[in-house]
Design a protein around this ligand. Structure first.
Ligand code: FEO
Length: 162
């Protein structure tokens, strides 16, 4: 069994992971609407990845006999000024998620919940990758120029993500 405190915190994180999926789906739809189909595809793959993060927390909660309480998912915004602005937001969002994961690790330590601590280490490593890929793409956008006409090569490259 897990403590009520950990159970509640993990349920909140399930919600934040599915919100991340929602946010990236909104970004995918935005890119589709401005004809950046490669960016759009990259975001759809990213959204799927966030769903698997939510699933991981859910499965862990259930494996530990915790009660799943699905919360309402906040609606993301639907429009961004440019590709650079989207990736600034992705980078900021992932930094925020890293903060949430770190807070969960602190809580697991405080509650002396070794299993939760261990499970969270996967997310600690994952967040290093998530922040790094968002900041790399942001830097690439800024290098080529944050206007649709300059983003063709990058769009083609990002569209290869499976
Ligand atoms: Fe689930 Fe992008 O962190």
């Amino acid at each position: 069994m897990i403590s009520k405190t950990i159970e509640e915190a993990l349920n909140k994180q399930v919600n934040r992971e599915y919100y991340s999926a929602y946010l990236y789906l909104a970004m995918s739809a935005h890119f589709e609407s401005v004809n950046l189909k490669g960016f759009s595809k990259w975001m759809r793959v990213q959204a799927r990845e966030e769903q698997t993060h939510g699933d991981k927390f859910l499965e862990y909660l259930m494996a530990r006999g915790g009660k799943v309480a699905l919360l309402a998912i906040e609606a993301p915004k639907a429009k961004w000024a440019s590709a650079g602005k989207v990736f600034e937001e992705v980078y900021a969002h992932e930094q925020k998620v890293t903060g949430m994961i770190n807070a969960l690790v602190d809580l697991a330590i405080k509650e002396k919940d070794h299993a939760t601590f261990e499970m969270l280490q996967w997310f600690v490593k994952e967040q290093v990758e998530e922040e790094s890929s968002a900041s790399d793409i942001l830097a690439q956008i800024m290098t080529v120029g944050d206007v649709p006409g300059h983003l063709f090569y990058l769009d083609h490259h990002l569209g290869k993500r499976e």
